[in-house]
Each structure stands twice: as C-alpha cells, then as structure tokens.
Design a protein around this ligand. Structure first.
Ligand code: F6R
Length: 263
C-alpha cells in the first residue's frame, strides 16, 4: 500500500482521475471497478473532461460498481445506476451495455450476489477498483464487522450510514436500509486499488484504516493487505496520519511518481 498526500482536494481528485485514465490508456480493454458517493463526483467530472479532450477513451472499458440499494429501480434518482449515468456514463464514450451494477430489484438476493460475482469473473476480473471510505470505515457497503473475505451479497446498513446518506433522500427515512455490495474479498481480488479520501471529517477514519490495525470493525483497513493499492488523500483527510513525512519522502523520491509531481 502506498499513501500519497496532496495539498488540496482538487489536486487529490485530479491525480486520482489521471491515474485511472493512464491505466486505461495502457490497457484499453479495461475492467474498472467504480464507487459512488460525494467524494467521487469530482473525480467523474475530471474523467469526463479528460474524455472530452480525447486523452482517454472508454470505448473498450467495462465497469462494475461496488454497490446498489435494494429496492430502488435504475430510474430512481437515488439509485446508484442513476448516479453513475448522471455523473459519468452519460458524459463519456462508454457503451452502457458494458456498465454493470448489482440489480437493486433482484427478487432472489443470494442469486444476485452469485450472478454479479460470476459476471466479474467472466469479464476477466477487475484491473482496478476505485474506492472511497465511509465515516464508519466501510468500503462499498461493507459495514463494520463485515467479513474481510466476503463476496457480493446483500447487507443491512448501519444507522450511521442511514444518517450520513439519508441527506440524499426525501424524506431521509425513505432511504433503503439494505444494499447489495461487493465483498471485501471481491475488492481485494482486483489487480489494483485506488482509494481516495478527502475532507477533515475523514481524518480520524483515514488514520484508523491506513495506520491502525487490520480489522473487520474498519473494513477499509483491508487495503493494507493489497499488494498494489494507492491511497490518495488531501491534507485535511491526512491530518491525523503519523507517517506523513515518510509518505511525502516516497512521493518526492520514487521515480514512478516523477510525471505526476505537478499535481
Ligand atoms: C459507494 C461506496 C461507499 C462510499 C463511502 C463514502 O459506492 O463505495 O463506500 O465510498 O460511503 O462516501 P462519500 O464519498 O459520500 O463520503
């Protein structure tokens, strides 16, 4: 796991988008794992801009999202399918047939988890999984105490997540209490991971996930297990990291980051 701290949220976002674009340019037939949430909105806007500038093409890219609310049809403004169309898919040259999310309306939840896992496998596995992190440390919707080897399945959300995400729903109580999510095991199978953490409100959980013990109470700590994971933070989210000087030293001295130092 490598940790990169950039001064502003904008720099952290632009670096994240550039690393994704460069990975796709290096392997156009790319399987990309995607996340939703407030943090990712700016990343998708930047990726759409890079696509408009013809600096990256999604023509051969296949995507798999981490999660979807149970009970919301794709046309619901709060479904993650709607979010993805709105923030990314409608703005890039992707074939929507190649964009996948769990089916929030699936009748048989167990079968839906198995179907989604099979679809990822059939596509050849994920080349890169993009991650945010929740205030309770969740990745995808792997809430505290989720198995660190779990696969795609339905999960009951925590009251904390209902409170944080309820703001997107009108009324907040109409937010579904359950969701499908890739498991931590599914996420760790990706060949690479980029996690983006921004904002002062994430400083505590960032320190716990990155420098604290590996534990299912903070499923985001599982990134520590991955051999090819890069975690990008802005200064505000990195405020409580103890090894910041070391992370900065690596950023300044590792040749592979040479071409990114302007971010
Ligand atoms: C959603 C997802 C979640 C979010 C997390 C942070 O697809 O994967 O784990 O990344 O809830 O959300 P924001 O960015 O809204 O703080």
């Amino acid at each position: 796991m490598e940790v990169i701290v950039r001064k502003t949220t904008g720099d952290a976002v632009n670096l994240t988008a550039q690393l994704i674009a460069d990975a796709i340019c290096a392997k156009p037939r790319f399987n990309l794992g995607l996340a939703t949430g407030g943090t990712m909105e700016a990343v998708y806007a930047r990726i759409a801009a890079l696509n408009a500038e013809k600096k990256v093409s999604f023509a051969k890219v296949t995507t798999f999202n981490l999660d979807e609310y149970i009970g919301l049809p794709p046309e619901d403004v709060n479904s993650y399918r709607y979010y993805m169309n709105f923030h990314l898919f409608d703005h890039v040259d992707i074939n929507k047939k190649n964009t996948h999310l769990p089916d929030g309306m699936a009748k048989d939840e167990e079968a839906e988890g198995i179907r989604y896992e099979k679809a990822i496998k059939k596509a050849g596995g994920l080349d890169l999984q993009l991650l945010g992190i929740g205030h309770d440390g969740h990745i995808g919707f792997n809430e505290p105490m989720s198995s660190l080897t779990g696969r795609t399945r339905s999960k009951c959300l925590t009251p904390n997540t209902l409170e944080v995400n309820g703001k997107y729903f009108n009324p907040p109580e109409s937010m579904p209490k359950r969701a499908f999510t890739m498991g931590v095991g599914t996420i760790l199978d990706a060949r690479s991971i980029i996690m983006l953490i921004t904002g002062a409100s994430k400083a505590d959980i960032a320190a716990q996930a990155l420098e604290g013990p590996l534990c299912s109470m903070v499923t985001g700590s599982a990134v520590q297990l991955h051999r090819n994971a890069v975690v990008i933070l802005d200064e505000a989210a990195a405020a409580k990291l103890t090894l910041k000087d070391y992370y900065n030293f690596i950023w300044e001295n590792e040749p592979k980051w040479d071409k990114y130092r302007h971010f």
